[in-house]
Design a protein around this ligand. Sequence first.
Ligand code: GLU
Length: 445
Amino acid sequence: MDARLEAIRDTVLARNPGEGEFHQAVTEVFESLGPVHDRHPEFLEGAVLERLCEPERQIIFRVPWADDAGRFQINRGFRVEFNSALGPFKGGLRFHPSVNLGIVKFLGFEQIFKNALTGMPIGGGKGGSDFDPRGRSDAEIMRFCQAFMTELYRHIGEYTDVPAGDIGVGGREIGYLFGQYKRITNRYESGVLTGKGISWGGSLVRPEATGYGTVIFAEEMLKTRGQSFDGQRVVVSGSGNVAINAIAKAQSLGATVVACSDSSGYVVDEAGIDVALLRQIKEVERGRLKDYEARRSAVDYVDGGSVWDLDATVALPCATQNELDGDAAARLVRNGLLAVAEGANMPSTREAVAVFQDAGVLFGPGKAANAGGVATSALEMQQNASRDSWSFAHTEDRLTKIMVGIHDRCAATADEYGDPGNYVLGANIGGFVKVADAMLAQGLI
Ligand code: GLU
C-alpha cells in the first residue's frame, strides 16, 4: 500500500478498535487508490480519505419489543449515514444476530462506492439490528419492525436517507416498516423506503435485481474471454433472495447450477437446482434447505461442510461476508474455476481475492457485481418521484444496461490505470473518484 495512504489507514484502524470487517473493507479499498493520488494531489489536500472513513452520522438505539409470550425483548438498532456527496444516504437494513457497529460500518463503507458505480444519484448508508428473525412468528416480526421504525423514522426521509432490505429484511419487513413510518409521520412518502410491494409503490424487478445483476455482470466478464454462462457448471452459496435469483438467471442463460447452501449445510443437485421448489421451500414455507432433499430425486444434502468443496467453473458467493477463504479459493482454482462474481457483500476474504487474481480467474467484487439491487432501488425512487410504475421488461432492460455499464466502467478504469482485467482496482477507483470529486466540489463538510 502507498505509504501516504497507509498512514491514514492506520489512523482509521486505531480510531475504530474492534471493527474487523470495517478495517478489512477500508484496507481493501485503500490498496487500490495509490495511483489515483499520484494523479490527483487535491484529494490528499482536501482530506478526502479521512472524511470518507468517518461517517457523517451514526445512530445507535434501543429496540424494545414484546414476544408472543409477552416477555420483553431488547435489541440494538443501527443506522450509519456514511456519505451523502452523491445523493441521500441509501442502503439496506440487515436483521441478523451477527450485526454490530463494525459490520454496519463495513457495509455502509462499501455501499458508498457501489452506489457511485451505479451512476444513480444515491449516497451510502447501512443499518440493521442484532435481532434474530429465525423462528419468530409473523406477529413478532411485525412488532419488532414497528419498534425499530419508532426510533428510525426521525432520521430518514425521501431526501435524507432511504433504507431498504438486506439479510433478514425482505418485502414482509419493508411492509411493516413502511406502515409504521406512515402511521407516525402521517405522510404517504413512497420514496422513504425501497423494496416495497408492487401495489403500494414498489418496483417490478427489485426482488430479482441483485441476483440477476450479479449474473449479468459475470456474463460480461466471461464475454471478455470469448465465453458465456452456456454450459458452465455453477456453484452458488446461500439460498436467500440473492442466491435464488442468481440461480434462476444463470440457468436461463444455459448454465447448470449444481449446488446452493444455507447456514446448516448444502444441497447437491447435478440435474440443476429446481428454482420453483427452492422458492416454495425458502420463500413460501420459510423452511430450511434440508427440506429440498426429500422432495426431489437424486439430490444429496450435506450437513455442515462447505459448498466450496465442490468443483465449479463459475462460483457465485451469495451468502455473507468472509464465507470463502484462501484455502477454498485455492481448491476451486485447482479444479478449473474460470470466474467468480460476488452476490453478497465481501464474501471473499482478502486471501481468497489474492488467490483468484494470481491465478488469472475473472473476479467481480461485490461492490460492482451486486450493485443491481441498489440500482433498481434507485429506479424505484425514480418511479416514486414521478408517481409512475414501469413494466417488467422496461425495468429489466434498465437494470441490464446499468450492469453492463458498471462492468465496462470497471474494465476501462482498470485499463486506464495499467492493470487490465483487475475489476477490484476498476471498481474501487471508479467509485472513489466520483465521490471524491463531488466531496471537493461541495467544500469542507
Ligand atoms: N442491501 C442491498 C445492498 O447491499 C440493497 C440496498 C438498497 O437497495 O438500498 O446493496
